[in-house]
Design a protein around this ligand. Structure first.
Ligand SMILES: O=C(O)CCC(=O)C(=O)O
Ligand SMILES: [Fe+2]
Length: 224
């Protein structure tokens, strides 16, 4: 399941994030790529060394992990630190698959889900689509600022060259308590249906049964 969620960051939050990025220091993105991804990676990443960088990292992490649809779709066990990437002057990231395991020590995790949170208005730059290559064909994503795309980390994907302006995104990876994407989708659908039922009828008997089934499926499947 590939999911787009709108308005994860509001205008004020986007303003704060962009102004910290405007004055941030960026380095060559190849420093955080695996050996084969390095061959096709050409972007820049912000060095989060000061208070301003830390503060927007926390702000984005809280906005994402606090978002109810993100929680339902992702069911996070662990998440990497947010990275802020920038693409300009023809920068691109060719086809690759993300590393299956990232981080060290207690922060080490299996990457089940990757996400891209768009930070610049799509009209302000040309190119820069995130393209996923699935069995159903290629899908291209260029979302409004503040929206996030989440996709299974098992997906081959790329970022098209940016030929005008700059494309800045917050990216990261998640280990889910539900490892299998198909099982995550079942839980997402059940949870969505249960919430819609609640909106219509309140805490009905049917709502209670759906809630019970949702909880019990998680007892079968959840890794913690
Ligand atoms: O910038 C993006 O949308 C995704 C970048 C990416 O694929 C990566 O950093 O691994
Ligand atoms: Fe990637």
């Amino acid at each position: 399941m590939i999911l787009c969620i709108g308005e994860v960051l509001n205008r004020e939050q986007l303003g704060r994030v962009r102004s910290a990025l405007d004055s941030g220091q960026f380095e060559d993105g190849r420093s955080t790529a695996g050996w084969h991804a390095r061959l096709v990676k050409n972007n820049e990443q912000m060095q989060v060394t000061d208070e301003a960088g830390q503060s927007i990292r926390t702000e984005v992490e809280n906005a994402l992990t606090g978002h109810p649809v993100f929680q339902m779709a992702v069911r996070p066990a662990k998440m990497t630190s947010i990275l802020f990437s920038r693409y300009r002057d023809g920068m691109t990231y060719g086809n690759h698959v993300d590393d299956p395991v990232m981080g060290r020590g207690p922060g080490r995790l299996r990457t089940d889900i990757s996400f891209t949170l768009f930070l610049d208005d799509p009209d302000s730059y040309d190119g820069g689509e995130l393209v996923t290559d699935t069995t159903a064909g290629e899908q291209s994503y260029k979302m409004p600022a503040g929206s996030v795309v989440i996709y299974p980390s098992s997906t081959l994907h790329r970022v098209e060259p940016v030929s005008r302006g700059q494309r800045r995104v917050a990216i990261g990876w998640i280990q889910s308590t539900i490892r299998d994407p198909a099982q995550r989708e079942v839980l997402f659908d059940l949870d969505t249906a249960r919430r819609q039922l609640f909106e219509r009828e309140g805490k009905s008997t049917e709502f209670d049964l759906l809630t019970k089934s949702l909880a019990n499926l998680q007892r079968f499947w959840a890794e913690i």
